[in-house]
Design a protein around this ligand. Structure first.
Ligand SMILES: [Zn+2]
Length: 408
């Protein structure tokens, strides 16, 4: 496939349906992701990158742009994910709006779906620019096809401009980020870089190097079901026990009441009958100590219920990912270079903690500090997702600039 512009490439990539599936244990979780990666592999070959591999075990497509100088450079990498979030991704029909006029955007005439300036006041930041939106029935998948395109375009640019000196640059495109699994199989030893960047952030300027510490908790409650007429002193109603358990959590420490560096507990899902109930919680905190305290609190909740009702709760807990900031703070070169790259390009760095995780949250703990950089899009994971072509081009410029600043 030959593209004339970055936009052509992006429009082609987003039309590939690559939604991941949390219920499928396969790698990747959906075969379409692999199809997309195979296509991408061919394109990397056409561009002229080296050592292009797509291993069966982890489905992380990697390639190298070899150094073109004798001078010493840090070994750097850029990473994006190819899957899209859990939202309709069939027949994605992107719409390009050139020279956006700042007014409400009619996404779909037939179904009368609009993106209004009232609901999305950020739209005013894009007047005069080129926006790519959905037709209101799917997501766009700029998260993270925009990141993929930006990395590919940056590599293509560096190959076409050999006068720009750079060291070894590695790139990786992986599956299943949205279901929290992709990076588990990332081969950090093979990737072997001093630091790397995920291109997976939102608006222009975003540079993120702190993420949540994250754990999942499951309470499994076993009740005793007895006919209600003869239940006295016999029934243990798992439904009401589950409700009591949920009420033990602090009312204000939930996502809808927290922001910035504040952590929370969230009841993610719950199913309950008299004989059996299950509650799934997620726990999030930036601070390691507070994170441990929160996990201990969850444990104590189970203990108290068990003391009151006699061992009715089985408690399960597992960590999902950790705050990459704790790793990156030990060697902040990656953040400093990204910040400088943005300033050199007249982009104001927007350094904010991610109230979530990225592939970098895991990869940083594998030994490669990996902050996250904007891709130039907003409203990810739904039908109001859009990206801005000029900001995507700036993300590509940031990659090219970092490649030069990696000089020792
Ligand atoms: Zn993403």
């Amino acid at each position: 496939m030959k593209y004339v512009t970055m936009l052509d490439r992006f429009l082609n990539y987003v039309k590939f349906e690559t939604r991941s599936d949390a219920n499928n244990k396969a790698i990747p979780s959906t075969p379409q992701q692999k199809e997309f990666l195979k296509m991408l592999k061919t394109e990397l070959e056409e561009i002229g990158l080296s050592d292009i591999v797509l291993p069966e075990e982890n489905c992380f497509l990697t390639a190298i742009l070899p150094s073109n100088t004798d001078k010493e450079y840090d070994k750097i990498g850029f990473i994006s994910h190819v899957d899209t979030a859990d939202f309709n991704a069939e027949n994605i029909n992107p719409n390009v709006i050139k020279n956006y006029n700042g007014k409400d955007i009619l996404l779909n005439k037939e179904h009368n779906i609009s993106m209004t300036v009232q609901d999305f006041p950020n739209l005013e930041n894009y007047i005069g620019k080129t926006l790519i939106t959905t037709d209101g029935t799917t997501l766009l998948g700029a998260d993270d096809k925009a990141g993929v395109v930006e990395i590919v375009e940056a590599m293509k640019y560096l190959i076409e401009h050999p006068e720009i000196e750079h060291g070894d640059i590695k790139i990786a495109f992986g599956p299943d980020e949205e279901i929290g699994r992709g990076a588990d199989n990332f081969d950090a030893k093979y990737f072997d870089t001093d630091y790397a960047y995920t291109m997976d952030g939102g608006v222009l300027g975003e540079l993120q190097y702190e993420s949540f510490n994250a754990a999942q908790i499951i309470y499994k409650i076993t009740g005793v079901s007895v006919h209600p007429g003869t239940a006295k002193n016999k029934m243990k109603n798992a439904t009401t026990i589950a409700a009591e358990l949920a009420m033990m959590f602090p009312e204000k420490e939930v996502p809808e009441h927290t922001e910035g560096y504040e952590g929370f507990y969230m009841l993610h899902s719950m199913s309950a009958k008299i004989e059996k109930a299950e509650l799934i919680y997620i726990v999030r905190d930036f601070d390691k100590e507070k994170f441990l305290e929160r996990k201990e609190f969850c444990k104590q909740v189970a203990k108290k219920i068990n003391e009151k009702y006699g061992d009715v709760v089985v408690f399960e807990m597992h960590d999902e990912y950790y705050n990459m900031g704790d790793v990156i703070k030990k060697d902040k070169r990656c953040v400093e270079k990204a910040e400088l790259a943005m300033r050199n390009l007249a982009i104001e760095p927007l350094i904010i903690p991610i109230r979530g995780g990225t592939d970098g949250s895991k990869i940083s703990y594998m030994g490669i500090p990996t902050p996250n950089i904007f891709v130039g899009g907003e409203n990810f994971h739904g039908q109001y997702e859009f990206s801005c072509l000029e900001d995507m081009e700036k993300a590509t410029d940031v990659i090219i600039e970092i490649a030069q600043l990696a000089k020792k």
